[in-house]
Design a protein around this ligand. Structure first.
Ligand code: BG6
Length: 507
């Protein structure tokens, strides 16, 4: 299967990755870049500079990246092709706190650009721990690497999540980055937005006439957004302890999917018009009061259990995790939107580690029929014909299914729920590109639509602050537990039962 090649080819540029030996670079960035290179989607002329605090030269970096691609890349290394790609990789050792180091980086960049006949457009990528963001940004500014080299070149910077760990720190980070780079130079990456199916959610809504008229409170009973993971914290205990599921997944990925599901149609698909609509949704979310947090939010932690028949340790037994940790590995949340489209329609969001299935999806549960005239044949709705369900599967098995009632063949009029399915990969007979491929290319092209703007990031933190504050103040409370391999705590079930709903199984 081949990937769909597009006409989108960026102009020549240099990509500068801070954190060149880190996890993200080897697991995601280099494999994505090699894939793009092999598909001839990178600029005709490109240099990739890895910046690291360690002691490493070009050859050491190339060897390491080859190994990384063999381990994590989806594309097999082909001798000549890799050699040509590798020739574009360079490395520069740096001390993030020293201005001299950055002067040296500047000179090295100019020299490589000179030799490679590159004009000097640059894309910086901060693939480093958040504590290093500001020191790097500040120094880039001090040595003048924040501004384009000339009128016909550009300079941009990609910043990874987390953007802050609460509203205040997100604001502070945005402000300080804003002192050095203009907003249109800043690309805050959320890799969920690079997923083909998250974008397809927009196509489904805004490229079809039949769904929008029913995409509202008159027809939709409630919406469920799930991002289930089978993995635990995968050796990232230190990071995860400070983060937890609400910050790690809901503040960014799930709220972005929520915004795509709930937003109004933008007038155009340009970065600002599109992002304006998303911010409007965040701003319309009914504020959660501290008093109601226990009713609308659930947190829990996994204990020892079985995954695929194998024993797995509980969260507190993971490396880097405090034995008395109260960090949540599962979070569920009910949100309401105060606008004409959605008033009264709950949006339930949930995510967790060590759940039985790796699955991300959006489920729209439609309202029940007003009057039933047929007999029901089984079905989760008991004696009632179950509501119609539209499920948009973001990963894996990307696709869309619609469940409706059909007549069971034979005498009488018995109704049974059946499913109509669209499968992304088999329909288009194409391998879906990795999210980082799409986003790296968009940043090189200067298309910021799928990146978060500062006000969007702050608005999403604002939604969650009462929950974070309440949880922070109740740290001594033992957290609800769920066994690894189960769908989460009973408290999350109860949250929906109180509204007469239940978590839906993926179709
Ligand atoms: C990351 C989180 O942003 O997203 C991880 O930090 C999580 O904890 C990951 O596992 C999930 O992304 P994906 O693409 O594997 O679903």
């Amino acid at each position: 299967m081949t990937k769909t090649n597009t006409e989108r080819k960026p102009e020549p540029c240099t990509l500068v990755i801070f954190g060149a030996t880190g996890d993200l670079t080897k697991r995601k960035l280099i494999p994505a870049l090699y894939d793009l290179y092999s598909e001839q989607m990178l600029p005709n002329n490109v240099a990739i500079m890895g910046v690291t605090r360690g002691d490493m030269d070009d050859n050491g970096f190339r060897r390491r990246m080859k190994k990384a691609n063999e381990e994590f890349g989806s594309r097999k290394i082909i001798g000549k092709e890799w050699d040509a790609f590798e020739a574009r990789l360079h490395c520069c050792a740096i001390d993030y706190d020293k201005r001299d180091s950055f002067e040296n980086l500047k000179k090295t960049l100019e020299s490589i650009e000179g030799k490679s006949e590159l004009s000097g457009s640059r894309l910086f990528y901060l693939s480093v721990p958040p504590s290093a963001y500001l020191p790097i940004v500040k120094k880039l500014g001090e040595v003048g690497l924040n501004t384009p080299r000339s009128d016909d070149t550009w300079t941009r910077i990609i910043i990874e999540k987390p953007i802050g760990d609460d509203l205040e720190s997100a604001r502070e980070l945005n402000d300080k980055v804003g002192d050095v780079f203009t907003e249109d130079q800043v690309y805050r990456i959320d890799h969920f937005l690079g997923k083909e199916t998250v974008q397809n959610l927009l196509a489904f809504r805004f490229a079809n006439g039949i769904f929008e008229p029913i995409w509202n409170r008159h027809y939709i009973d409630h919406v469920q957004i799930t991002a289930g993971e089978t993995v635990g914290v995968e050796g990232r205990g230190g990071y995860y302890e400070r983060s937890g599921a609400l910050r790690d997944m809901i503040q960014n990925h799930l709220l972005q999917v929520f915004a795509h599901t709930a937003m109004e149609a933008p007038a155009r698909f340009d970065a600002d018009t599109f992002r304006d609509e998303k911010v409007k949704v965040f701003d319309s979310v009914k504020p959660i009061s501290h008093e109601e947090v226990d009713n609308v939010a659930v947190r829990a932690q996994y204990t020892r259990g079985k995954m695929n028949g194998k024993d797995v340790p509980g969260y507190k037994e993971e490396k880097g995790v405090d034995k008395n940790s109260v960090t949540e590995t599962y979070a569920a949340l009910t949100l309401h939107i105060n606008n004409w489209r959605w008033a009264g329609v709950p949006f339930y969001l949930r995510t967790g580690k060590r759940l039985p299935k790796r699955v991300s999806e959006v489920i729209l549960v439609f309202k029940q029929i007003p009057h039933q005239i047929f007999q029901v044949d089984g079905g989760p709705g008991g004696m009632n014909i179950d509501a119609n369900i539209l499920a948009i599967r973001l990963q894996p098995d990307e696709g869309i299914s619609l469940r409706f009632g059909a007549k069971v063949p034979g005498q009488g009029m018995k109704i049974k729920p059946v499913t109509m399915k669209f499968d992304y990969e088999s329909t288009f007979n194409t391998k879906l590109a990795d999210a980082y491929e799409r986003l790296l290319l968009d940043a090189m092209l200067g298309d910021a639509a799928l990146f978060s703007r500062h006000d969007g990031v702050e608005a999403s933190w604002r939604i969650l602050m009462p929950v974070l504050e309440t949880w922070q103040n109740e740290k001594i409370k033992p957290l609800p537990a769920y066994e690894a391999g189960s769908w989460g705590p009973k408290e999350a079930e109860e949250m929906l039962h109180r509204d007469g709903c239940w978590w839906r199984e993926c179709l």
